[in-house]
Write a new protein. Structure first.
Lengths: 407, 107
């Protein structure tokens, strides 16, 4: 099999980077990229940030110029979802009945907004944010004086609130948990975000769920909450997280459990099929399994599978990292911490990093307006090193530690 | 349309058209220039769109920002006085003919 045919189901960040990495490495088999949106692959992060706020150049979403795909012989099938994966004949059938034969299939199916079953869900003005089309339609609503209620105080919810304020709209964030982002961030970082948003005029209401959306003439005009509040709303943005897109994989009988289940080579229960990015549930050292929704994860997994297709035999490993941008504040996270029992903070009030430990073991570092610490910790972890709580102390020169490890 | 030359260490240059108002990083991406990674897409979070600006162009390109200054301490290839993050340079007609060099590595 000198020139295997690679079919990539999903034209998001992971799908694009897989195709690009295959061609950069000189791979000369056929590469097909299937996307259910009508666009060539684009940057998704700005959709909830400067693209939504209207301050981004229209070209800034493009990952590559259209000519890239033709010049590098990546056959694109856009606006056509995958209907079926036929594992016996090794073919993907598109929604328009076209079959695409594969020697290896990579599922880069992404994720979709979590369904939210609530009275009034179908009213006009109740929107989600995942795609470029979603962002363009939401941006039309975000005008001076418009009242925006964001359901969910996670990254997307907070970024939307920040973009709404930038456009002069009135923004309220409703979070069901007692603090913002309690599952993703330390209490210190979460409190800093809440303060920042409050100072910028966002109304942050925690420990409050939505009980119904009210409307008239088919359009939303209020949100009622679990504790009986009634908030006037012209737009309601549902930002309660995403669920992995697994339908074609499940229908084809692949193992699926919170995503498409893959092994340490990112291979599914069928050796001819891999999965990468938001839709892939993969094992990490110490026996856990995780699924990450981030650019880093999409790019690193895509590049790894490209190397593997080219004959690399090692297992997948990467240092996870993530970023968000709200009101000009940069938040960057390296590592993965559901919780921590000890934190060390270094820096000043407005520019600092929070080192989170389980006992003496470093789990994650959150940096606020402190990209140098973030990048330095990434270098340390990437070189196989770690940090003790003592080493996280202000007096220790982290860059020197990173240089020594890099050797 | 302003033209920008990216000089690579393998001796092959890329000359690309830039649309005024976009950043030098976006110009590289849309022009299929290798050697610029731009992992974060222009949010100034990653320091993987590092370039060395040709000395003759330093003045026209302008000064580094405060955060950029710090980020340049974390680039993969050592930073020089002519180092910039290409996501922080907005291309204008003024920069027609700009010459930058890409570093050997970005990651």
């Amino acid at each position: 099999m000198n020139t295997p045919r690679i079919v990539i189901a999903g034209a998001g960040t992971a799908g694009h980077h897989l195709a690009a990495a295959l061609r950069e490495s000189g791979f000369d088999g056929a590469v097909s990229l299937i996307g259910d949106e009508p666009h060539l692959p684009y940057h998704r992060p700005p959709l909830s940030k400067d693209y939504l706020a209207g301050t981004a150049h229209p070209d800034s979403l493009s990952l590559r110029a259209p000519a890239f795909y033709t010049e590098h012989k990546v056959a694109t099938h856009l606006g056509i979802p995958v209907r079926q994966i036929d594992r016996t004949t090794h073919r993907v059938v598109l929604a328009d009945d076209r079959p695409l034969a594969y020697d290896h299939l990579v599922l880069a199916l992404g994720a979709s907004p979590r369904p939210f079953d609530i009275p009034g869900r179908d009213l006009g003005g109740v929107v989600e944010l995942r795609t470029r089309a979603d962002a363009e339609s939401l941006r039309e609503h975000l005008r001076e004086g418009c009242r925006v209620v964001v359901v969910g105080g996670g990254f997307i919810g907070l970024e939307v609130a920040a973009a709404a304020r930038k456009r002069g709209a009135d923004a309220t964030v409703l979070e069901a948990m007692p603090t913002l982002m309690s599952r993703a961030l330390s209490a210190t970082a979460a409190a800093h975000l809440a303060e920042l948003h409050t100072a910028q005029g966002v109304r942050v209401i925690c420990s409050t769920a939505v009980s119904a959306l009210e409307g008239s003439a088919g359009r939303v005009h209020a949100v009622t909450t679990s504790n009986g509040q009634r908030l006037a709303a012209d737009v309601v943005v549902l930002g309660i997280g995403v669920v992995p897109n697994v339908a074609p994989a499940a229908a084809a009988g692949l193992d699926v459990a919170n995503g498409v289940v893959v092994d340490e080579y990112l291979t599914t229960s069928d050796p001819r099929i891999s999965a990468v990015g938001d839709c892939a549930n993969f094992p990490v050292p110490c026996g856990d399994r995780i699924r990450l929704e981030s650019i880093q994860n999409a790019v690193d997994q895509a590049r790894y599978v490209a190397r593997r297709i080219n004959g690399h035999t090692g297992t997948y490993s990467a240092v996870p990292y993530f970023w968000s941008d709200q009101f000009g504040m940069k938040l960057q996270i390296v590592g993965h911490a559901a919780r921590s029992d000890r934190t060390v903070i270094r820096g000043t009030d407005t520019k600092f990093s929070i080192f989170r430990f389980h006992g003496n073991e470093l789990a994650a570092v959150e940096s606020i307006n402190d990209p140098v610490t973030h990048l330095t910790v990434r270098k340390i972890l990437g070189a196989g090193g770690t940090l003790t709580p003592d080493q996280a102390d202000e007096t220790v020169d982290l860059r020197a530690l990173a240089r020594n490890l890099a050797g | 349309m302003p033209k920008v030359t990216f000089i690579h260490n393998d001796g092959i240059d890329d000359v690309v058209d830039a649309s005024p108002g976009t950043t030098l990083m976006q110009t590289a991406m849309l022009g299929d220039v290798v050697g610029i990674v731009a992992e974060c897409g222009g949010s100034m979070m990653c320091a993987t769109c590092h370039v060395y600006v040709h000395e003759d162009w330093m003045e026209k390109v302008g000064e580094r920002g405060e955060m950029e200054e710090e980020m340049l301490e974390s680039t993969s290839e050592p930073s020089r006085p002519t180092s910039r993050l290409s996501c922080q340079i907005t291309v204008s007609e003024e920069l027609d003919g700009l010459i930058v060099e890409t570093p050997r590595t970005q990651l």
